[in-house]
Design a protein around this ligand. Structure first.
Ligand code: ADP
Ligand code: ZN
Length: 631
């Protein structure tokens, strides 16, 4: 029998004590840094656990929705561990702003990418070698160069953060081939902790990240993907642009927001239209001159209240916290895309809107794009499945948030209606649509499945058109059987039969409507159909910003509101002077808190969330003066 070596055990106990003691000290230090540097009172969600894990040298995979607070999860460990934290990011255009934002709070950060001169890069490399930086942002293609890898070998490195980690996924629309090669980090620097971060929620992408980045041993931190401050709304498309304008005028005058369109042409037309109607809008798409594009992006980030009209080329990494709405004028290709795009609203946690207008034409257009693309059959099938899922979200009669969360496999929050989506706020009336569906299906059948939506609806409504005369469709038994319904109503019904899979549009024969296999059961009366009742699109009315669950826009008194506006004005001027985005100085929420607190001294100001030591030093006196002037 082995004798027990007490001395050894004592040694292990001591070591454990030391490590829990160290961990406790580290936790205290992390919180102290959060408060003094960033000016935030407490960690959010699983930030504290993630930071603790990485500080101790563990690998992590962090899945957190946009606005969840991913950056602190690598910034704080990089500050707490020895050496420089290397952040891999594909977002070259945003690196300057990120570095500026860190400089504002007194963190020593820099970047290495192709926008610099050789001389500038040399300076940064020198600082890295001498341990004078806490964080360095590096573009993946830069990181993979021999020169950079060799540099990293001689620098003290605290961690590798792989931001926007979903870029390794070949299925996603943000795929970056260089990301796949990032497995080299694990091979060459096995001792250094890696933290991969993304806001993409689906399981397939997560599995791909783990496999490609060799993160099998990483601890996974999956946050709730719910964004309770975002109100989801999907409206019937009547005149997309005018509906959008009504929505903006009713709810978002002078707010920053993003309007997504499918094509470059539509981006330009929509931006033009909004400008003509007095909205401060800018276009953004991949076809614009790089200079114009960069300039528009910079203005959107830096100025208050700009509406960016864009294709999906715009948005990744845009960390502007006060985007108050995201509007879709066209149907996104998938729920993943929709969720990512709408997620750019309300990062600051204040009430925000995700608004979309959608109609039959969207379905037709998207299906045609899939059919006509030269991708292989497998890929087409996948895309088609994603589109079906998107349609199901549009046509659902249940809470949109529940639908979204359960789509992403999250049960938490998916059972209970949210109270903050259009369906919860204005429940649609479902009705037994078996008979109308039968009418529609048989009309399609009677015209030999050779005509598109317009003509089929004309037949149902008993219209007298040339084509009806020509084909003698006024002699059909279905002619005029649906004359009591408007054309828009029939379109809504048709859209739902497509979403539910009874009808499909055949692009190879001039968008002719065809019956599917499942239509038979409905026609025979073996299957009943439920639909949402058609409601005439209503003009948007001025809505209160208030949202349930405490996402109410702070109800400020008139004086507080005035002070807030003054502070915003001061912020704008200061941002222009320092050539940095306004939100980098202080968020709206911080300015609002300052306006409410009316600090008379630096000590008063210190307690406001978002005011760290460096900002107190830089701006504190100006703010106290400004407040004093108002009172
Ligand atoms: P993500 O990268 O996950 O989209 P960010 O890291 O940009 O999110 O954080 C979103 C916003 O929340 C930022 O403006 C950030 O300053 C703020 N934030 C992050 N963590 C906290 C916290 N613990 N307390 C208060 N604000 C926070
Ligand atoms: Zn809801």
């Amino acid at each position: 029998m082995e004798t027990i070596n007490f001395q050894n055990i004592q040694h292990v106990i001591e070591a454990n004590k030391r490590s829990t003691e160290e961990s406790r000290i580290m936790k205290t230090k992390a919180l102290a840094l959060l408060q003094s540097v960033f000016g935030y009172p407490a960690f959010r969600g699983s930030q504290a656990e993630i930071i603790d894990h990485v500080v101790q040298g563990g690998d992590a995979l962090v899945l957190m929705p946009t606005g969840g607070g991913k950056s602190l999860c690598y910034q704080l460990p990089a500050m707490l561990r020895n050496g420089v934290g290397v952040v891999v990011s594909p977002l070259i255009a945003l690196m300057q702003d990120q570095v500026d934002a860190l400089a504002e709070v007194g963190v020593r950060a820099a970047f290495l990418n192709s926008s610099q001169t050789f001389q500038q890069a040399l300076e940064i490399e020198k600082k890295m070698r001498q341990g004078e930086l806490d964080l360095v942002y590096v573009a993946p293609e830069r990181l993979l160069t021999q020169r950079c890898l060799e540099l990293l070998e001689i620098c003290p490195i605290s961690l590798f953060a792989i931001d926007e980690a979903h870029c390794v996924s070949q299925w996603g629309h943000d795929f970056r081939p260089e990301y796949i090669k990032l497995s080299v980090l694990h091979e060459r620097f096995p001792e250094i902790p890696r933290i991969a971060l993304t806001a993409t929620a689906d399981h397939a992408t997560r599995a791909e990240i783990i496999k490609r980045l060799q993160l099998e041993n990483a601890l996974q931190f999956v946050s709730s993907f719910d964004r309770p401050n975002i109100r989801y709304r999907i409206v019937e498309k009547a005149s997309g642009r005018h509906q959008l304008l009504d929505f903006l005028r009713a709810e978002h005058t002078a707010d920053a927001g993003i309007v997504y369109c499918l094509s470059r042409k539509k981006v330009e037309e929509t931006a033009e239209f909004l400008i003509q109607h007095g909205v401060c809008a800018l276009p953004y798409h991949a076809g614009l001159d790089t200079k114009v594009r960069t300039q528009n992006q910079a203005r959107f980030l830096r100025e208050d209240g700009i509406v960016m009209v864009a294709t999906i080329a715009f948005g990744m990494g845009i960390d502007k916290p006060d985007v108050r709405f995201v509007a879709h004028l066209d149907l996104p290709k998938s729920i993943e895309g929709y969720y990512q795009e709408t997620g750019r609203a309300g990062r600051d946690g204040a009430a925000a809107n995700a608004w979309m207008s959608y109609g039959l034409q969207d379905v037709v257009q998207q299906r045609r794009m899939i059919d006509e693309s030269d991708a292989d059959e497998n890929y087409k099938r996948l895309q088609s499945g994603k589109l079906d899922a998107m349609l199901a979200l549009c046509e659902t009669v249940h809470c949109r948030r529940c639908h979204l969360l359960s789509y992403f496999g999250q049960s938490e929050g998916a059972e209970k209606a949210c109270g903050n989506c259009d369906i919860c706020l204005n429940p649609p009336h479902a009705f037994d649509a078996t008979i109308v569906t039968q009418q529609l299906l048989s009309a399609i059948y009677r015209v030999d499945q050779r005509f598109a939506a317009g003509h089929v609806i004309d037949v149902l409504r008993g219209m007298d058109t040339e084509r009806i005369q020509q084909w003698r469709h006024n002699k059909l038994s279905t002619y005029g059987i649906g004359s009591e319904r408007s054309e828009a109503e029939w379109r809504a019904i048709l859209r739902q039969t497509i979403a539910q899979g009874y009808v499909r549009v055949d692009y190879d024969s001039y968008n002719a409507l065809k019956l599917t296999e499942t239509a038979r059961a409905v026609l025979k009366g073996e299957k009943s159909v439920q639909m949402r009742r058609y409601e005439k699109p209503q003009k948007a009315t001025k809505q209160k910003r208030s949202v349930s669950k405490g996402y109410t826009e702070a109800n400020l008194s008139i004086e507080t509101q005035q002070l807030f506006e003054k502070l915003r004005h001061w912020r704008m001027e200061t941002a222009r002077l320092h050539n940095i985005p306004a939100y980098v100085i202080f968020h709206d929420s911080t300015l609002r808190d300052i306006a409410k607190a009316r600090p008379h001294s630096l000590a008063d100001l210190r307690g406001v969330s978002g005011v760290g030591e460096k900002k107190l030093e830089t701006y504190g006196a100006q703010i106290v003066d400004l407040v004093a002037l108002q009172t």
